[in-house]
Design a protein around this ligand. Structure first.
Ligand SMILES: Cc1cc2nc3c(=O)[nH]c(=O)nc-3n(C[C@H](O)[C@H](O)[C@H](O)COP(=O)(O)OP(=O)(O)OC[C@H]3O[C@@H](n4cnc5c(N)ncnc54)[C@H](O)[C@@H]3O)c2cc1C
Length: 446
């Protein structure tokens, strides 16, 4: 381990994780230097370091989130991409964290780490929803690469992550002019055998994300995932992103026309992007970022009530209490959804249904907290520079995610088809696969 210094804070370099620490007292604990290394084998020390990963990720996330919150106001403008925050996240080891330890990461993408990842995404979202959106896209892209890419492709892309490239997932496109893969006429599927045509829309980080994972329609009509290599500042058109909130996510249009790609850029096979339960089940990650945005609005409400001395009023107190219920509801749903999605034994249909309910529960919680915060603070909360003003715009915008009605009704269809009682709906193992009850015994609970 080496210790260096950045422009604002000391940087501690771990194999696979770097942390920017603002509190020197944390240094020994996070570095593992407090471990009695003389008395432990190298394996034990390595094991202890791995066990300390969640705490180290938490510390890095808090540092990145805090600085992102400080910068967010200034970035609330068209084209205000959070470049410093992304650089900070990279220096803190958060860009590589989802990679396996063998590829230079912290193993955060492993299913068992899902609750840790949920906490990290919420923490980043609490500081800056725009940064949270970008980081979630990066994490999602790496998850897809690790799940579907050939090992050699994954290793090459992992090198790009370690070099500081920001990834993203760009699937959304306009109804006409979306992304297509055209055969460039090369004899085989080697480098540059294909040409891309068309655009992606609502592409967060357009012009700054240099390794977007995109879906492109193949000549046979199926969708192919691939990771494109882009130069910063090229091919992006941010003029359509004149959004009420989330301005700093720079979710513009990216024109890929004429870009040559080869089979070495492909991730998985046709239509793998939509394979379940990962496609729908992965939505818990954006819900985790939304949770962070909800918590930020809640904190702005509470700060206002404290500072204005109005918190003791029974109406204000009731709204704050209701907002606290909403925040905790969202948190419990996100945590449970992350655990279920990370459980290899969980029934896929149940994972999808629960994550769909989580999307709606978190959206409802966000809308409830927004309403209570705006009602309680009043007009001041709509005027810049009151903190609630931007936080509310960012959250209201980021709560808009694809197909919410369908998410709710398909979860309802799952619930309708289940024959177990309500208390068993989301429990594992489901009643249907429980060990058979021996003959002569009662199957009723004690
Ligand atoms: C800040 C931000 C960043 C984003 N970044 C990215 C990104 O990096 N990559 C990316 O791929 N996408 C991105 N997106 C786009 C996102 O994934 C969704 O495509 C987008 O948010 C859809 O929102 P919507 O409200 O228009 O959804 P819609 O699905 O259009 O829903 C709007 C309403 O219509 C209903 N509805 C949906 N389909 C139908 C139908 N067929 N018939 C009738 N009603 C229907 C819905 O239930 C809902 O009530 C981003 C979005 C935001 C807000």
């Amino acid at each position: 381990m080496k210790t260096g210094s950045g422009d604002r804070a000391p940087v501690i370099h771990f194999p696979g994780m770097n942390f920017i620490l603002h509190d020197p007292r944390l240094h020994d604990h996070l570095s593992g230097d407090h471990l009695p290394q003389d008395h432990l084998s190298e394996d034990c020390v390595e094991q202890a370091r791995i066990q300390a990963i969640p705490a180290r990720i938490g510390a890095a996330a808090r540092a990145v989130s805090r600085l992102a919150a400080e910068r967010a106001e200034a970035l609330d403008r068209d084209g205000g991409f959070p470049a410093e925050d992304v650089a900070h996240a990279h220096a803190a080891g958060l860009l590589t964290a989802p990679l396996p330890v063998a590829l230079g990461g912290a193993g955060l993408g492993a299913p068992a780490m899902a609750p840790v990842l949920a906490g990290l995404l919420a923490q980043i979202g609490r500081g800056s929803l725009a940064l949270g959106r970008l980081y979630e896209g990066h994490v999602n892209a790496l998850a897809l690469v690790l799940r579907y890419a050939e090992p050699a492709v994954a290793e090459r892309l992992a090198r790009d992550v370690r070099a500081g490239h920001l990834f993203g997932v760009w699937n959304t496109q306009p109804q006409t002019g979306g992304l297509v893969l055209e055969n460039a006429g090369a004899p085989d599927a080697a480098e540059g055998a294909w040409t891309l045509g068309g655009v992606k829309s609502f592409a967060s980080g357009a012009g700054s994300v240099t390794r977007p994972l995109v879906t492109a329609r193949r000549p046979d009509g199926r969708q192919q995932m691939l990771v494109a290599s882009l130069e910063p500042g090229t091919r992006a058109d941010l003029s359509s992103w004149r959004a009420q909130g989330m301005r700093a996510s720079t979710s513009g249009i990216l024109d890929f026309s004429g870009l040559r790609v080869g089979a070495g850029d492909f991730v998985g096979g046709p239509d793998d992007y939509f394979r379940e339960p990962h496609f729908s089940g992965g939505a818990w990650r954006f819900a985790a970022v939304q949770l962070g945005g909800i918590e930020a609005v809640f904190d702005a409400l509470r700060d206002h009530l404290r500072e204005s001395g109005r918190g003791g009023d029974p109406h204000q107190a009731a709204r704050l209490g209701e907002a606290a219920i909403a925040v905790e509801t969202a948190r419990l749903f996100v945590d449970r959804a992350a655990r279920l999605a990370g459980d290899p034994e969980a029934e896929p249909a149940r994972v999808i249904a629960y994550v769909n309910l989580t999307r709606l529960a978190v959206e409802r919680a966000g809308l409830d907290v927004l309403e209570r915060a705006q009602r309680s603070v009043g007009l001041a909360g709509f005027l810049s520079p009151h903190p609630l003003e931007r936080l509310a715009r960012d959250l209201a915008t980021y709560l808009r995610q694809p197909g919410p009605d369908r998410a709710l009704t398909s979860a309802a269809a799952h619930v309708l088809a289940e024959t177990c009682s309500a208390d068993e709906l989301w429990r594992d193992p489901p009643a249907a696969v429980r060990p058979a009850v021996p003959a002569g015994s009662s199957d009723e609970a004690p």
